[in-house]
Write a protein that binds this ligand. Sequence first.
Ligand SMILES: [Ca+2]
Length: 491
Amino acid sequence: MKKDAIINKDINRRKFLKFAGATAAGTMLSGFTGAIRSTFAQVQSRTVVKPNFVIIFCDDLGYGDVGCFGSKKHRTPNIDRMAAEGMRFTSFYVTSGVCTPSRSSLMTGCYPRRVDMHEDSDGRCVLFPVSGKGLNPNEITIAEVLKAQDYATACVGKWHLGDQPEFLPTSQGFDYYYGIPYSNDMGTNQRSQNPPLPLLQNTKVIEAPADQNTLTRRYTEQVIKFITANKDRPFFVYLPHTMPHNPVNSSENFRGKSANNGYGDAVEEIDWSTGEILAALGKLGIDERTLVVFTSDNGAAQRWGGSNLPLSGWKGSTMEGGMREPAVIRWPGRIPAGQTCDELASTLDLLPTLARLAGTKAPDDRIIDGEDIWPLMSGQEGVKSPHEAFYYYQMDQLQAVRSGRWKLHLPLKVKRRNWGKGTPNTPMKLYDLKNDISEENDVADRHPDVVERLLGLAEKAREDLGDVNYKGRQRPAGWVVTPMPLRKEKS
Ligand SMILES: [Ca+2]
């Protein structure tokens, strides 16, 4: 693989401003007189008030891990209330069963293969510390789209799209960053050559190893501080929690309190955190102009106590349990309360949808795989998913396709797994997810026409997004030649 392309951020910025076109006019206004500016603001406020956005993105939280999605073990009254005041999405997907690729899609509105974030430089399923590879700064992230609309932007939590300065949130459209750059199990304890798990503020390591017990609490404080400081202008907060990814940790108020060991404690602290953020929005009087998303980056792992029920399979697989997530979206007055949407939607759709709500649109100088799902979110009657198909990739391999109620697992000579040898000769299977959400009854024999149609869709995906060694219409990742470990400066 070629590693010689160092990204020129200035060129990138210029390109982006060109793309932003009319929207850049908003930025130029800062040079005008106060009077003109205030007239502009009045006109603008009469036409459209830009909503705030908060995306709460858990790490490895399963489909069945919160009360409003059926958990009997975890007490999640705040997330449940959020669902009662908003909409549950029950066929909401991420594009991968693991962290890095899944996050690349939320940021770019593209499948991981599209932006070459489906594997690391050595063919592993996620990025590891001191990685020369990262999300290409030439990609236009959701934060960059919103920043061009004059949003204040913050990322608080686990990033995992590159640990070099060129790839960190502050180089990808976020004004502010506070959090860990990759997974909480990737400190020195994982491999002795890794630096102690760094906690960053912007690009500076402020603590190493990070005290994981207090991360959820500190993230929450950071988010509320940022929201409070920016309450009078539109803001975008991306909160990718570190928990409940293993090793699970929680602060003293939650430790040992749940009915499901450390995992349950961590989930219940995330619920508390969600409640604190919603309470802050209410207190600041900005509830009705703030859209909040709650979901997870992939399904629960098999080993640590999470649940994907009633789905089958675990984190890291293309079964529903790996890639279908609990999702709640709330915006009082704009999203109808207490409703459920079972139409196919995904994290791919957040960029186009939020762009539209901010008064702009997704970048049109490149392929974006996501679609605007505001018609679904706003509860318009009879609206169907904008996606003819959704594709389940395991790293570089297309393994399954869903269209409407049907999901086809493709027949594969060697079905890839994240770790170790693949599984040989896996047979084709067709499931009717409407009647068989657990993927238990193969009905391929009874529906040859459906099988043929889905095989055709898979073929289209192979041509477009690629499959194994065939690249398809892929854009390059970002690379740095000499990646350096993130360490705390000696004081
Ligand atoms: Ca994860």
